[in-house]
Design a protein around this ligand. Sequence first.
Ligand code: FAD
Length: 310
Amino acid sequence: AFDVLVVGGGPAGAAAAIYAARKGIRVGLAAERFGGQVLDTMGIENFISVQHTEGPKLVAQLEQHVKDYDVDIMNLQRAEKLIPAKTEGGLHEVKLASGASLKARTVILSTGARWRQLGVPGEDEYRNKGVAYCPHCDGPLYKGKRVAVIGGGNSGVEAAIDLAGLVAHVTLIEFDSELRADAVLQRKLASLPNVKIITSALTTEVLGDGEKVMGLSYKDRNKDELHQIELEGVFVQIGLVPNTEWLKDSVTLSRHGEIEVDHRGETSQAGIFAAGDCTTVPYKQIVIAMGEGSKAALSAFDYMIRLPAD
Ligand code: FAD
């Protein structure tokens, strides 16, 4: 059995594995796709102390760093079920889709999240070429340009307010007849001179010239008319979905499906910790996921050294 089993191989899982392995204990890491969301990222400019890097390059460095330690990496392995230990200090069990079963004294869940996609033509084609999901990451790339934010919930309206301070113009597009964000955010948004709000609008296509985004088209749902807007960027803000569907019977999740953790990164089950985008910790970013992964590993170690010797 492992002392620490990390499930997920993004920045949170890699950091957790390194911190745990540095304690000289038995560490395993099972990941569906080592690297996680970072593999899908182009330019990264907010990984502090590294002015600019690219997703695949950072993933290669993460992997090399983990491999410097004695970590049993099980890549391309999807976890399907977590069975918490029956008694405190007993072994937790993680069942993989391959049929294998892993046992561990502590588990660190770091399965990340995925941005909900629009599913319209042009979205995949222009991903990282004008289609973006993270205003904190990509906002500055659109300085002085025109962008749209799709989604009028809290994250969409926050993104529009944030971007309005950086870009020339923001069009916020909401499918419903009204925005769903908190009233205080809506008031702030309405006060900004370079923001236009369009409601009852179904985004139908991201338009481009084959290289980059040039605009988008939407259908006015009241009049059943198609419209086009010229712009350089589209920020999709229709939800971040945590990869926790497989955990709903084993640990407490928030109503958004995020794993609830305390300030040490411990879940509702003793000896089971969680870190990164799959948790309730706000602001989904690489440096934050790494910090949380490190913290969860130190908490797991602390937990372990307090268990009675067997
Ligand atoms: P993830 O990176 O999502 O990794 C999750 C891991 O868990 C993966 O290995 C996955 O395969 C695995 N997994 C999932 N389910 C299972 C399962 N059932 N069994 C086994 N393994 C599983 N952040 C920044 O700080 N700067 C940026 O510039 C930036 N740009 C971004 C651009 C894009 C396009 C995207 C999508 C995100 C960007 N982010 C950026 C956000 C950043 O990538 C995430 O905050 C970070 O990757 C979260 O790390 P994580 O380890 O929690 O999760």
